[in-house]
Design a protein around this ligand. Structure first.
Ligand SMILES: Nc1nc2c(ncn2[C@@H]2O[C@H](COP(=O)(O)OP(=O)(O)O)[C@@H](O)[C@H]2O)c(=O)[nH]1
Ligand SMILES: [Mg+2]
Length: 247
């Protein structure tokens, strides 16, 4: 069973060292794939130096947002034979200790979300305004997509290979917070089961957030489109085209 942790990075040169060391210590058999978008602080180089049989690096030329980095990471990990894919932030917001519970839950579900909202609100060190935005964003996403999951924007996830293979990743268009919602919507549309495991989310101590007003606006505007696109009604959105259709 090959488990690959996909870790997107943009200016995380200190955090990536701490995180990968923790992962190695806790889970000596788990693979790591760092996806770096040519970080100006040299994160790509730092990661490259740590490369070995357990840790691989995917270098991308430009910063294109979290969504694009993840799609590239998923594609590479699937090509390299991953059975279970874990997505997690590099900034230590996602504590690796929760991976164990997520791996137990993935035996029963296709997708497991490390959830900040399933046990009340489990977030450390956020301002009230950021908390409100995230909480409201989740209420909005739940209403619009109709998916009964408390943390649809969470970025800590465990995904079975078969769930990712069921989705046409080329059809995923969102880049920021909307990306997490769109992936969950796509899994749901493709008949995949989603569950939540409680986590405590810690705001980063080193570095700064890459998420901008654009990503918030993108999520607000694009999420309703998933639901109301003309092919959403036929149930074929996100399902890969049959070989003859794809020609
Ligand atoms: N490769 C890549 N990683 C990104 C990009 N934007 C954010 N990240 C990474 O995605 C994770 C979450 O981003 P972060 O800036 O912490 O967003 P926040 O937690 O919502 O404030 C971190 O590991 C970032 O380094 C991007 O454009 N490309
Ligand atoms: Mg963060």
């Amino acid at each position: 069973m090959k488990i690959v942790c996909i870790i997107p990075t943009y200016n995380e040169k200190d955090n990536i060292v701490t995180l990968t060391e923790k992962l190695r210590k806790l889970y000596p058999t788990i693979h790591m794939l760092v996806v770096d978008d040519n970080s100006p602080d040299g994160t790509g180089l730092v990661a490259e130096k740590m490369k070995d049989a357990q840790l691989d690096v995917l270098h991308r030329k430009n910063k294109e947002g979290l969504g694009r980095a993840y799609i590239a990471g998923f594609t590479k990990a699937l090509n390299d034979g991953a059975d279970i894919l874990i997505q997690m932030d590099a900034d230590l917001s996602h504590d690796p200790i929760y991976i164990e519970a997520m791996l137990t839950a993935i035996k029963k579900y296709d997708v497991v979300i490390g959830s900040r909202y399933i046990n009340g609100i489990s977030i450390v060190n956020w301002s009230i305004s950021r908390l409100f935005l995230s909480w409201f964003g989740n209420v909005y996403a739940r209403l619009v997509t109709g998916i009964d999951i408390s943390d649809l924007t969470g970025g800590y996830k465990c995904i079975r290979r078969s769930a990712l293979e069921a989705v046409d990743l080329g059809k995923i268009k969102t880049l920021g917070y909307g990306f997490q919602i769109e992936m969950n919507y796509a899994f749901n549309r493709c008949g995949k089961s989603i569950s939540e495991e409680p986590i405590i989310f810690y705001e980063r101590v080193i570095g700064k957030s890459n998420m901008s007003k654009f990503t918030v606006l993108e999520a607000i505007l694009k999420v309703p489109l998933f639901r109301f696109k003309k092919y959403a009604k036929t149930g074929t959105d996100y399902i890969p085209a049959a070989p003859e259709e794809a020609k």
